[in-house]
Structures are given as structure tokens and as C-alpha cells.
Ligand binder design. Structure first.
Ligand code: ATP
Ligand code: MG
Length: 560
């Protein structure tokens, strides 16, 4: 891929060291292991870019594996969406698509092996009793009364658990490690629980399911993974990851933990995203306000911008929260290069060019993208009646306002200089019409006598305009940290921004935008980058604002 390669972070350092020392016989094999219990978000993109990126950069392989050990929360809808999103982001697992559920039989056999080695036992305490017996970080746990069951007794009970003889919660299988271990997670952790639930792939074949900790490392091992890259919260699970591989004497990948991606004004928890979707706080998994890959895609983000962002965020050992503005800068940078410019007016007020003949119109050439000469030009119709932005005009402007005002001359982008001669207001003082004269000698936007104007406005010809719905977005949350709630009675949802979506129902667009297909991206001059929404039809075009321009236009104005 022709793009900036992520700099050499500590994970890549480990990979390079291993290649140098021949640790894995020169093999590099990573995996991206989502649980199919929700849609992927931008945090997952970081993990995808890291795992697939390392494989690509060092001649290795990366698997896609679904960690589907939790039947109640998982669904094929999520499996399908995850595959589509990984592909959309630009990565390919080739023929290496796996499911932890494919390993259920092997995992079960290994559990019997651990029982035979007296490293696992069936415990008949309740979950609450098990939890209470774990102790605290400073006090050792209490051994389960079932810890000394014989191998035969354990094998018999475990097989009957599998056979469906017991109700949910009657027994669990626990690893027999050390109830006094300083790591709480090593105090005889649960390996299997009884759950009479249908699984989206294995149906009713199983009524016992492995825990994440027991399934994950062994799945990595089965796939001959070399570097098992996961987020920092699994750091304290690593001794357990290592213990299972060692106890079973199987291929033992190296687990490496890196920092999660967090962004301001949003959140990356599948559980919470699910809550927003199911609770209709947003319009679905692809709502352009949420940080799912679906949402970002509908918002107009490109895979290239997301990959460039992921390459820039840093892979470290410290969790931090990144400014949302960093992500936005990446999409701006990408779209600046490739989005064609168009003119659109979001809050229209009418300009009448009184010295322009009635019924006449002309086509004026406009540059499609000043950053890309190959993008060429298009023609934009100009006529006697035009729409401009209401806030580009002031009846009584303050000193710093350089745009249109009575008696003032400004440039219309790609067209002419106009001078305001008269205004028509309604009884409330609201401007209805702005009457102007144009100077035919300034065609194209330059005065032959060299006179200057201080502003350039975008505009759309009234009889040629296409009316569209335009959706403008603000942050999903009002606070940088959604958990920043002052009132303990309220939860994170109380910080949702009630104004995160603002719908403009009749924006006026230049006619070339009327035919734009869904997903097409443009810069609306001075307003930002926009894309055609999935709801758009030729009769009723709908656009999303991907991101604002910031001060880019200010710079262009100085140049022009
Ligand atoms: P969530 O907390 O959103 O539910 P998860 O970690 O439970 O996420 P998984 O499906 O288990 O979701 O994630 C698959 C992979 O993506 C894991 O390796 C996980 O570490 C990684 N991942 C998830 N969220 C982030 C994040 N915010 N930043 C970086 N990597 C992430
Ligand atoms: Mg997880």
C-alpha cells in the first residue's frame, strides 16, 4: 500500500528482534480476534492496522479469528459486518478465517488433559461463593471444598456437564493453580461454565462454553500465532495465558499488550454503542455520529484517512485519550487532495443582479480541485437571481466584517464582482432580497483595473439550484469524557449532546451535485467536506457533512 508506514513502535521492535534472533524460525504470524458481539469501531481499526500492518511489513500472515465463546451476546449479523468492515478498511485475511468455536472440541480435549494432569477440577460452588473465596489482593483466597476431587470424579462430572446432565450454574471447571497466588486471576480461574444456550455457529451442540481466558490463548496456539497482540487491560491476564500453554505443553505465542485508542467527545465500548443503538439514541450502527467504522464510512471517512490516522496514533504502553481533532485532520488532509469543489448554500438569501438581463444565463468555468490539476473544470450556471449564505450579508456590519453589505463590493467565486445597491426587508427587518449590480468586466473573478475586494462568496443560481437535505454533525457528547458526570444519579448518557445532529432541510446546491451517487465526496466551498448519504435519492438528495474546513478558506482567500 502506498502510504506512510507506521514508525517503529515497541511492538515492531520486538518483531524485528525476533526476526534477527530467529526466535520463530523467521515466521511472523498475528491475528485480529474480535468477539462478534457488536460492530467494529475506530479502536478496532487501530488493532487491525497493527496486526495486519505488521504481517504485511515483515512478510508474515494475519488471521481473522472470531472469538465467539459467548453464545448469548453473539450473532451472525456481527460476524458479517466485521468481515465487511475489515475488507473496507483495506485488509485481507486470504484463506485464514477462523472461529474459536471451531476449536471447541480441541479445547474440550485439552481440558480433559488438564484434569488428568491434576491441573483442573470440577467445582460445585456457586459463582458468588467462588467470587467470595477468591480473597483480595492482600489476602489469599480460600480453597474450594471440591478442589481435591479425584481425576476420575472430575472426568466423570466434566463429561456429564458436557452431556447436558446439569442445569446452568451447577458446576464449573476450574484450573488448579494457586489460591494464594499474588495475581488474583491465577486463583483457580474458571475454564468452563454450563450454559444451555444456542450458539450462532454450533447451535445446540454444546451446553458448556470455555471462558475467554481459556479459549483465547489456546486458539492462538492452534493457529501457530507468534505475536498475540492485545490491549493493555490484558496485561494481568498474561501469566494465565502463559500458564495454560505451559501446562499443556503446546505452541506458546508471545502476548504483547499495547495502549487502547480513546478519543475525546466519544467512546469506544461495544456495550455502550449497543445501548445507544438499541435505545434509539442514534439511528443505527452506521449513524454518522458514532465512531463505528460503519458510522465513519457513512459520515464520509475514507479507509485511507483512517489508516493514516492509525499509523500516526502511536503504539505504546500508556493509555491516553487522543483529541478528536487529530482524526478530523486526517480526513481533511485526505479529502483536500481528492474531493472536488462544489458550491452549496446552506442558509439561503436571494441576491438579484439588477443589471443582468432577465431570462438570461451563462455557464462559467470553475476549477474542480486546485490541489489536483487532473480534476479539470466544470461549468456553473450564473443568472440574474442567486442564492448566497444569509450570514455573508449584514445590513449594518461591524468593522471586522468584510463580506457583503450595503454599498460594498465583493467577488462571487468564479463569476463577477457585485456591489450591493439596495435591500428589501420584511416587517421584522429580516432581509428578503439583496439587490446588486455586477461588473461585466470582472468575469472570472478579476478586475482588469486591478481593484481589490476583501471577500469572495460562494453562490448558487436560483433557477438552476438543486434543493437538498444536509445533515450537520457536532460531537456525540457534550463533554470530552462521557463519564464526566457531576450528578451521581446520572450516567454517561446524560452527557449525550442533544445538538449532535442539525438537519438543513432545503439547502441549495449547484446543479452538478444533483446527480452525485451515494458515497460521493465533495468539498462545499467554505463549508467543509460533504458526502452523499445512503438515504439520498435523485428526487431528494441528502448530504452529510464529514468535517468542517477550519480556516482553510481564509488561506485560499488570501491567495485568490
Ligand atoms: P469493547 O471494549 O469495545 O467491547 P473489546 O476489546 O471487547 O472492545 P474485541 O472484539 O474483543 O472488543 O476486540 C478485538 C480486538 O480489538 C482486541 O484485540 C482488542 O484488544 C482490540 N481493541 C478493542 N478496542 C480497542 C481500542 N479502543 N483500541 C485498540 N484496540 C482495541
Ligand atoms: Mg473483548
Amino acid at each position: 500500500m502506498n502510504e506512510p508506514v507506521a514508525h517503529r513502535d515497541f511492538v515492531r521492535q520486538i518483531v524485528e528482534d525476533d526476526l534477527r534472533t530467529g526466535k520463530w524460525d523467521g515466521r511472523i504470524h498475528t491475528r485480529f480476534p474480535p468477539e462478534p458481539n457488536g460492530y467494529l469501531h475506530i479502536g478496532h481499526a487501530k488493532s487491525i492496522c497493527l496486526n495486519f500492518g505488521i504481517a504485511a511489513e515483515y512478510g508474515g500472515k494475519c488471521n481473522l479469528r472470531f472469538d465467539d465463546t459467548n453464545p448469548e451476546k453473539e450473532d451472525t449479523e456481527y460476524v458479517d459486518s466485521i468481515m465487511e468492515d475489515v475488507r473496507w478498511l483495506g485488509f485481507d485475511w486470504e484463506d485464514r478465517l477462523f472461529y474459536a468455536s471451531d476449536y471447541f472440541e480441541q479445547l474440550y480435549q485439552w481440558a480433559e488433559t488438564l484434569i488428568r494432569l491434576e491441573k483442573a477440577y470440577v467445582c460445585s460452588l456457586t459463582l458468588d461463593e467462588i467470587r467470595a473465596g477468591r480473597g483480595t489482593p492482600t489476602e489469599p483466597g480460600i480453597a474450594s471444598p471440591w478442589r481435591s476431587r479425584t481425576v476420575d470424579e472430575n472426568l466423570d462430572l466434566f463429561r456429564r456437564m458436557r452431556a447436558g446432565e446439569f442445569p446452568d450454574g451447577a458446576h464449573v471447571l476450574r484450573a488448579k493453580i494457586d489460591m494464594g497466588h499474588p495475581h488474583m486471576l491465577l486463583r483457580d480461574p474458571i475454564m468452563y461454565r454450563i450454559r444451555h444456550a444456542e450458539h450462532h455457529r454450533t447451535g445446540n451442540q454444546w451446553c458448556i462454553y470455555p471462558t475467554y481466558d481459556y479459549a483465547h490463548g489456546q486458539s492462538d496456539s492452534i493457529e501457530q500465532i507468534t505475536h498475540s497482540i492485545c490491549t493493555l487491560e490484558f496485561e494481568n491476564h498474561r501469566p494465565l495465558y502463559d500458564w495454560y500453554c505451559q501446562a499443556l505443553g503446546i505452541h506458546h505465542p508471545q502476548q504483547i499488550e499495547f495502549n487502547r485508542l480513546n478519543l475525546t467527545y466519544t467512546m469506544m465500548s461495544k456495550r455502550r454503542l449497543l445501548e445507544l443503538v438499541k435505545g434509539n439514541y442514534v439511528r443505527g450502527w452506521d449513524d454518522p455520529r458514532i465512531p463505528t467504522l460503519r458510522g465513519l464510512r457513512r459520515r464520509g471517512y475514507t479507509p485511507e484517512a483512517i489508516r493514516a490516522f492509525c499509523a500516526s496514533v502511536g503504539v505504546t504502553k500508556h493509555n491516553a485519550t487522543m483529541d478528536m481533532g487529530v482524526l478530523e485532520n486526517h480526513i481533511r488532509e485526505d479529502l483536500n487532495k481528492r474531493a472536488e469543489r462544489r458550491m452549496a448554500v446552506l442558509d439561503p438569501v436571494k441576491v438579484i443582479i439588477t443589471n443582468y438581463p432577465e431570462g438570461q444565463s451563462e455557464e462559467l468555468p470553475a476549477v474542480n480541485n486546485p490541489e489536483d490539476a487532473a480534476a479539470g473544470t466544470r461549468s456553473v450556471p450564473f443568472s440574474r437571481e442567486l442564492w448566497i449564505e444569509r450570514d455573508d450579508f449584514m445590513v449594518d456590519p461591524p468593522k471586522k466584517f468584510f463580506r457583503l453589505a450595503p454599498g460594498r463590493e465583493v467577488r462571487l467565486r468564479w463569476a463577477y464582482f457585485i456591489t450591493c445597491t439596495h435591500i428589501v426587508q420584511d416587517s421584522q427587518g429580516q432581509v428578503q432580497e439583496i439587490h446588486c449590480t455586477y461588473d461585466p468586466a470582472t468575469k472570472g473573478g478579476d478586475a482588469p483595473d486591478g481593484r481589490k475586494v476583501k471577500a469572495t462568496l460562494h453562490w448558487v443560481s436560483v433557477p438552476h439550484a438543486v434543493t437538498a437535505e444536509v445533515r450537520l454533525y457536532d460531537h456525540l457528547f457534550r463533554t470530552e469524557d462521557p463519564d464526566d458526570v457531576a450528578d451521581p444519579a446520572l450516567d454517561w448518557k446524560s452527557n449525550l449532546n442533544p445538538n449532535s445532529l442539525h438537519t438543513v432541510s432545503s439547502a441549495k446546491l449547484e446543479p452538478a451535485l444533483g446527480q452525485a451517487p451515494q458515497g460521493a465526496r465533495f468539498q462545499f466551498e467554505r463549508l467543509g467536506y460533504f458526502c452523499v448519504d445512503a438515504d439520498s435519492t435523485p428526487e431528494r438528495p441528502v448530504f452529510n457533512r464529514t468535517v468542517t474546513l477550519k480556516d482553510q478558506w481564509a488561506k485560499e482567500q488570501v491567495k485568490s
